[in-house]
Design a binder for this molecule. Structure first.
Ligand SMILES: C[S@@+](CC[C@H](N)C(=O)[O-])C[C@H]1O[C@@H](n2cnc3c(N)ncnc32)[C@H](O)[C@@H]1O
Length: 257
């Protein structure tokens, strides 16, 4: 099963040009919409469908009626609170101007919150191994305009459509101050999220010894893990767990310097 790209229900010159560009960039077929509803496209193409809308890209994984698209998600409210007390920023000890690698970019809500905190002197790179998710998020970060106070922080995030371990292997020792990983929970949590439509499309790969070893080599100061509160990965890989009462997930830290 692959992915095809089409236009909104009523194509415009812009959505046709966008869809053709996306087809070329991702090496996937461009198909004419022909006023077909998403359900009919799924039945006839047997593929996930990217829809080029005027204002954003939407991904409809096969069989899903709800689209996945870029949105600041939790970063929208986290960046309205004092950022120094955001749990991820506080636990990782990040300071403005530092370099942050997010190994598991997903919707980029964590990366965006951190990018806003690090400011113009900081550096944020996000790895996403699913090339379609990476593409939708990369385009969204470049073009989303509804929260102008976050525009610069969005545009500073460098998206790498790559497996985190492969990316880490290509990096020199101490190239980032903090490295973060937030793999998919194996245990589904009842939480509505803009990520839900791609829950079965995302990379379900879990932490490995090689991944942690590479992150420790590349992180100058700390490696941070977010995982379900029942996860045993904290102890298995040597992370010091920070218990957060009444939350479904915990953070853990390995100090590297
Ligand atoms: C739980 S989500 C991350 C959510 C993210 N922290 C946010 O703020 O939106 C995990 C994401 O990491 C991706 N992923 C999983 N394993 C990966 C790997 N080895 N390298 C790169 N991305 C990976 C998945 O495809 C998924 O999109």
């Amino acid at each position: 099963m692959g992915t095809v790209v089409t236009t909104a229900y009523r194509p415009t010159a812009k959505t046709i040009a966008d869809a053709e560009r996306i087809a070329a960039d991702l090496g996937i077929p461009f198909i004419s919409r022909n006023k077909r509803p998403i359900e009919a496209l799924h039945m006839e193409e047997r593929s996930d469908v990217i829809v080029a809308m005027n204002e954003r890209l939407e991904l409809y994984p096969l069989g899903k009626a709800e689209p996945f698209f870029f949105h600041p998600n939790s970063a929208a409210f986290r960046t309205k609170r004092p950022l120094a007390s955001d749990p991820l920023i506080e636990i990782s000890g990040l300071q403005p101007g530092e370099r942050f690698l997010d190994c598991t970019l997903g919707m980029a809500s964590d990366a965006l919150t951190v990018s806003q905190w690090l400011g113009a002197g900081g550096k944020v790179v996000g790895c996403e191994s699913n090339p379609i998710i990476a593409f939708i998020i990369k385009e969204g970060l470049k073009s989303y305009s509804m929260m102008p106070h976050l525009t610069e922080a969005m545009q500073r995030i460098e998206v790498e459509a790559a497996d985190a371990v492969e990316y880490l292997k290509s990096q020199e020792d101490d190239s980032f101050d903090v490295i973060y990983m937030d793999p998919m929970f194996t245990e589904a949590i009842a939480e509505s999220s803009n990520f839900s439509p791609v829950r079965n499309t995302a990379d379900m790969g879990q932490l490995t010894g090689e991944w942690v070893a590479e992150a420790k080599r590349v992180a100058r100061r700390a490696v941070v893990l977010k995982a379900h509160f029942r996860s045993t990965d904290f102890e298995a890989f040597g992370f010091k767990r920070r218990i957060r009462p009444n939350t479904k997930f915990h953070y853990g830290v390995i100090q590297t310097g």
